[in-house]
Write a new protein. Structure first.
Length: 415
């Protein structure tokens, strides 16, 4: 049952020691404010990082040929070699854990290499399979991505990036079916793409012209050479498995020493993202350690002020004991005062912290920022309340125990 007289007494006691209570409660307030702000900043950083990798296959790996560093089967070290079309069916056959694979060709932007009428620009040209869109996902603003028919028939079609569209075409103009000249050859536009991720291979999607892989090989006299190879693992399969198998197959196909670690360059995206995740976990742990440490420092201050309060109220506590107050009543009074003081200070820190995060989120939303929506979750707010109650109880425990040691006769006679 709610005892209004008891809560009035608690409030009067706190306000009676107003100056000391405010200074002491400030430690709890500051600790909770810092915890809320740091957790909000950590969440914003995590959301920003996730937004950068959204749409990019985290179960992927990439390969590129490098000079050999060991002699093998009559070949001297330092030999240059290239991946070729013939590697693809072998990899598909022998790597059962493989999900998607796409060869990639690059032609880095020459001066004004993409032209339409009197408009032009210098952009990256990339040739790939339709499966590449499963690895580095693009959002199609107009039209479609390259497909298997484009590959089989070696069609002279292309997908242009959003920025290229803005340069070559009028705003609102339909680009589908229009011709542009890429490195001196005309291609028909079949789509306009926008990146869904901050991660890209070779260059930004917005400034890239994508051609069917087979078309680019033929149109630019690349023979059967592959510049880059992208692959993803099936669900539940570690990327390291296909990374090692593909590297081994490439070495066998091109007569490279099995222990030559540099001839086949590879990058495991899964491992890179795990490093980012571990970094995020470490940052979150550090935030909670610092925040809780500050809170407990504030709790020590609350405990000290309660000890002083008990000392000043020795005579009062003795009289109450003499009049029949039970140990439970005395302990409850001290703990209640401690918890109320802690909750008031802590909740103030939460409210002001959430307000500051909200204001920061509004400012950040005005542009494309790496930090996104710095807020705390409802679960974190509930957890904070529980932590405050625990801290308030902890802060009041020792003073309550001291109050229980006061003997009524000695307390009444004390001046």
């Amino acid at each position: 049952m709610f005892d209004i007289d008891r809560w009035q007494e608690i409030w009067i006691t706190i306000t009676h020691n107003k100056s000391r209570s405010v200074l002491t409660a400030f430690g709890v307030f500051w600790g909770m404010l810092m915890l809320v702000l740091m957790v909000g900043a950590g969440n914003a950083l995590e959301k920003g990082m996730n937004s950068q990798i959204e749409g990019f296959a985290t179960n992927s790996c990439f390969f590129e040929s490098q000079q050999t560093t060991l002699p093998h089967e009559g070949f001297r070290k330092g030999r240059r070699w290239n991946m070729t079309n013939s590697d693809l069916p072998v990899i598909r056959e022998k790597v059962s854990e493989l999900q998607h694979i796409s060869p990639v060709l690059f032609a880095w932007g020459q001066d004004k290499n993409v032209v339409r009428g009197d408009k032009n620009g210098s952009y990256l040209v990339k040739g790939c399979y339709p499966e590449y869109d499963r690895i580095e996902k693009s959002k199609m603003i107009h039209g479609r991505y390259v497909n298997d028919i484009d590959i089989d028939q070696k069609r002279k079609v292309c997908v242009i990036g959003e920025r290229i569209y803005e340069v070559l075409f009028q705003k609102g103009e339909n680009p589908i079916g229009k011709l542009i000249r890429v490195n001196g050859i005309h291609f028909q536009v079949i789509g306009v793409a926008r990146s869904t991720s901050g991660v890209s291979i070779g260059g930004q999607t917005a400034e890239t012209v994508v051609l069917p892989f087979s078309t680019m090989q033929q149109a630019f006299n690349q023979g059967n050479i592959i510049h880059f190879l992208a692959a993803t693992a099936k669900k539940g399969v570690p990327v390291k498995v296909i990374q090692d198998k593909i590297a081994e197959i490439l070495k066998q196909q091109h007569r490279i020493a099995p222990d030559d670690k540099d001839a086949v360059w590879s990058m495991n995206i899964e491992e890179q993202f795990k490093m980012f995740n571990n970094l995020g976990i470490g940052i979150a742990a550090l935030i909670w350690i610092v925040g809780l440490g500050t809170l407990f420092a504030g709790a020590i201050g609350v405990s000290n002020i309660m000890l002083v309060t008990v000392r000043e109220r020795t005579r009062e506590i003795g009289i109450r004991r003499a009049l029949g107050a039970t140990p439970r009543n005395i302990i409850g009074q001290i703990l209640s005062e401690s918890i109320v003081l802690t909750l008031v200070a802590g909740l103030s820190g939460i409210v002001i912290g959430v307000g500051m995060l909200r204001a920061t989120g509004i400012l950040l939303s005005q542009g494309d920022q790496f930090f996104k929506d710095p807020q705390i979750s409802f679960g974190m707010a509930v957890a904070s309340l529980i932590v405050l109650i625990i801290i308030g109880t902890f802060a009041g425990y020792l003073p309550a125990q001291r109050a229980m040691l006061i003997k009524p006769v000695e307390a009444i006679s004390e001046e």
